[in-house]
Every structure is written in C-alpha cells, then in structure tokens.
Ligand binder design. Structure first.
Ligand SMILES: NC(=O)c1ccc[n+]([C@@H]2O[C@H](COP(=O)([O-])OP(=O)(O)OC[C@H]3O[C@@H](n4cnc5c(N)ncnc54)[C@H](OP(=O)(O)O)[C@@H]3O)[C@@H](O)[C@H]2O)c1
Length: 297
C-alpha cells in the first residue's frame, strides 16, 4: 500500500509517499480502508522531532492520528462493528491507504468521509479542556485562538451547554466566530481591552500558544481558571497545561450525538491528496485556520 512517512526529522520536505507493508488489526483494533485523514498540528510537531509523549518515535515513521474510512478487518475481541461499516476515529499512521484504529464510532448519517476525518482528536481535546477548566452553564469562557480545529469544537460545544464564549481570531475569521455563536474580537495590540468591553470572563482557554497566559490570568483573576494546550511555559505562571488525552470512545460518542442534533459542524478548510501531505503540513504550520485540513484518498 501507499503511505506517507519520514525517515528523518525535519521540515515538510522530509515527508515521502512510499510503498509500505499493510498493517493488520490486532486484538481490540480494527483496520480501515482510509478515505480521509485529518491533519492536526501534532502531526507536524512529531515530524519535527518534538517530544510530546512518553515514547520516542522510531524512524522511519508514518504520520497521522485521525481517519475516516470503511472497516475491512476486525481484530479479536472487537464487537459492535463489522466489515463495510463507515467509521471515524483515532489510530496511527493514518496518512495511508490502510490504517489501524484504536478508537472509533460509526459515522453519523449525512457526514462525508472528508468531514468526518476532521473530528476525532479535535472533539476529544475540546471536551477535555472545557471539563478541566470547570466552566459552568451561564458563565463566560474566553477562547484565545478560537477559529482553528479545537476552537471550532469548543465554541459549539460550549454554546450547546449554555456557556457564553468570547473568541479571539484573525480579522478574516470574525464572521466565522460569530456564526458559531461567539462574541468575537481580533488578537493583537489592544486585545485585552477589546475583550473587557465584551464582558466579564469566568474562565479562559489558550488554544494558540501565542504568549497570552499572563493576560488570561489577569482577565479571569485566577490561574486555576485558565488552561493552555499550546504553551509549555504556562505552568511557570501557575496555569495548567493539558496534554493527556481523555477517553476517545466517549468523545466520539459525544461527537456523534452533537453532529446528529445539528449542534456541531467542523468545516473542512482545504483538502489534499496523499502526495500533497507536505503542502498540508506547510499550511497547517502557518497557524491560521478555519476548521480542519484533510487528506482525501
Ligand atoms: N495539548 C493538547 O492536548 C493539544 C491537543 C490538540 C491541539 N493542541 C495544540 O493546540 C494548538 C491549536 O490546535 P488546532 O488544531 O486548533 O490548530 P489550528 O487549527 O491550526 O488553529 C490555530 C488557531 O490559532 C489562531 N491564532 C494564530 N495566531 C494567533 C494569535 N496570535 N493569537 C490568537 N490566536 C491565534 C488561528 O486564528 P486565525 O486563523 O484567525 O489567525 C487559528 O484559529 C496547536 O498548537 C496544537 O498543537 C494541543
């Protein structure tokens, strides 16, 4: 089969479309014929050699965490899913014709493969940070970097729970944030004052890692009411860094419920072929997004 891999850490140019042995579904896993793979910042962080987990990456390595596709192998002990089912979920090396998933759910009616591939890790992260920051219905949550993949999910899940959101994004994404029910303002010079004018802030999320932890603490008045997923310096200022994934099956079940009720939609910003994976990474690394980029097979 074809897969995207890299034999050395580095820039997008280290990505190659290569021939590889097909993976197989071990116990508790399924294999899918991949129809689409989500492009997440973690994909290029690992490609660069950033150490994000407990286990170092062995080279050559595949790329990709999220996928949507058609089940074509079911591992020992797996129940409730069969060959031919359309699923989305998380696994390993998903920028490939076949990939093994460790967590999955059946795709809701009406969702395309390319849309579905954008949800899994984004929704898991969004649910986790909303839970960890402890924001309640009726309160106001400030989201710095609100228009990307994680931000798009946070805004809609918060709205569904009766939480008011103030989001920051670039000028081009102000209308997008408002379309997701948030109060919106731009980041950059004077942003703290602009946020204050929009209302009181009970809790805040740093999703962009743009060096705003001090200001988020100032706006909430309490470092315990701030969480970052993108600024490793946050703990130096008494703010929690959230980096350990919660339950992916539970997140997928919640995603299915929200999508089916018409409460969650993550737009596909742009699609790429497997051969264009390097371009997908270059675009993702530029740091400006509306929803998710997706590799389509
Ligand atoms: N720790 C974890 O568990 C975890 C999980 C998932 C993701 N992450 C990390 O979280 C970050 C966000 O992920 P993502 O998938 O949502 O990324 P993404 O889709 O690429 O979105 C990036 C967002 O950052 C915004 N942004 C850029 N510059 C900004 C600035 N100076 N101030 C405020 N916002 C700014 C962009 O807004 P505009 O386009 O409007 O400029 C865009 O909305 C990434 O660094 C990723 O690695 C961490």
């Amino acid at each position: 089969m074809k897969r995207v891999s890299f034999a050395e850490f580095g820039g997008p140019e280290v990505l190659r479309l290569t021939d590889a042995e097909e993976p197989h579904a071990g116990p508790g896993r399924i294999r899918v014929a991949v129809r689409a793979a989500g492009v997440n910042p973690v994909d290029w962080r690992l490609r660069e050699g950033q150490v994000l987990g407990a286990h170092p990456i062995e080279l050559p390595a595949g790329v990709g965490l999220d996928a949507a596709g058609v089940v074509d192998e079911v591992g020992e002990g797996v129940e409730g899913v069969g060959i031919g089912d359309r699923v989305f979920g998380e696994g390993a090396d998903t920028y490939a014709e076949f990939a093994v998933l460790s967590a999955w759910a059946r795709m809701p009616e009406g969702l395309t493969f390319e849309e579905a591939a954008g949800y899994p890790s984004v929704v898991e992260t969004a649910l986790r940070v909303i839970r960890e920051v402890g924001v309640e219905p009726g309160q106001t949550l400030l989201v710095s970097g609100a228009s990307g993949g994680v931000g798009s999910a946070v805004l809609q899940i918060a709205r569904d729970r009766g939480i008011t959101v103030i989001g920051t994004a670039g000028a081009a994404n102000q209308g997008y944030l408002r379309s997701l029910g948030a109060l919106a303002t731009t980041y950059g010079e004077g942003w703290v004052e602009r946020v204050r004018e929009l209302g009181r802030v009970d809790a805040a999320l740093d999703l962009a890692g743009s060096g705003v932890i001090r200001e988020l603490v100032e706006l909430t008045g309490d470092p315990r009411k701030v969480i970052s997923i993108a600024d490793l310096g946050a703990p130096d200022l008494g703010v929690r860094f959230s980096g350990v994934a919660g339950s992916v099956p539970q997140a997928l079940a919640e995603a299915v419920d929200l999508i089916s009720r018409g409460k969650l939609h993550i737009p596909v910003e742009k699609t790429y072929t497997l051969a264009e994976a390097a371009a997908a990474h270059t675009d993702s690394q530029a740091g400006h997004a509306r929803g998710r980029r997706v590799i389509v097979l």
